[in-house]
Design a protein around this ligand. Sequence first.
Ligand SMILES: C[S@@+](CC[C@H](N)C(=O)[O-])C[C@H]1O[C@@H](n2cnc3c(N)ncnc32)[C@H](O)[C@@H]1O
Length: 247
Amino acid sequence: MAQVFLSAPLLLGLWKTVAIQDFERFGRIDYKRPRIDSQSGMMPPKLAQMMLNLSISRGVVYDPFCGSGTILLMAGELGFSKIIGSDILPRAVSDSNENLAWYENGFNKKLDYEVFESDVLSLPSRISNLEIDCIVSEGYLGKALRGNESFEFIQKQIATLEELYIKTFEVYSKILEEKAIVVMSIPVFVHQTKLLYLDVLEKIEKFGFRLDNLVEEKYLGKRKTLIYKRDDQKVYREIVRLVRLGG
Ligand SMILES: C[S@@+](CC[C@H](N)C(=O)[O-])C[C@H]1O[C@@H](n2cnc3c(N)ncnc32)[C@H](O)[C@@H]1O
């Protein structure tokens, strides 16, 4: 097994291993899975793993914007007890199913999973009975951008997505029990040198969620959330974690 050892200084000249990454296994999941959807934005498995770890759970996980299933695959890799995915597109459902079957065969590991077709805003009522511990999801990023779009175009896109994300959390508030965790990536648009965030977090909290602080005190600025980006991207991802409150 090929491994990378991540080390940290212990004492003068002494180091201790704090984590081991099996990069060949990671690379196989990243590059060899049969279905990758470059249209809806390719999600790196490392980002999926990081978001799943932020959920603190290994129980029932649901991704309602599953695309070709990177989060579902990595949930299998991390040992979540049940993995549920859905997407508005039939193609995404078949891609996710194909990737998950490939993983089961290739890694000789049986997963408990189901993937179904649904708009997140009209989920089947049985979803409320599934006792979901966490939602981990990379939400819709909007229409693919070429980079020459006008400010007005991006503003329109932002308004449409704000409505989708707010309504999505209203749905989450109906299907999640107290203490369930939501880890989501929300798009952030880059226009010239400016970052344009969706203005949704305060509205989402009003549905009965608490936004967690993911930023170390010494780095805390205006936002409690993390940004995942590559410098050449036109849309970054804002990683948020919310906890469902009771009452
Ligand atoms: C950024 S992609 C997710 C990619 C995914 N993480 C992967 O690994 O492939 C967002 C997905 O949201 C889906 N989507 C967009 N609007 C939706 C809606 N209203 N309900 C459910 N899914 C939706 C799209 O079809 C797309 O597959």
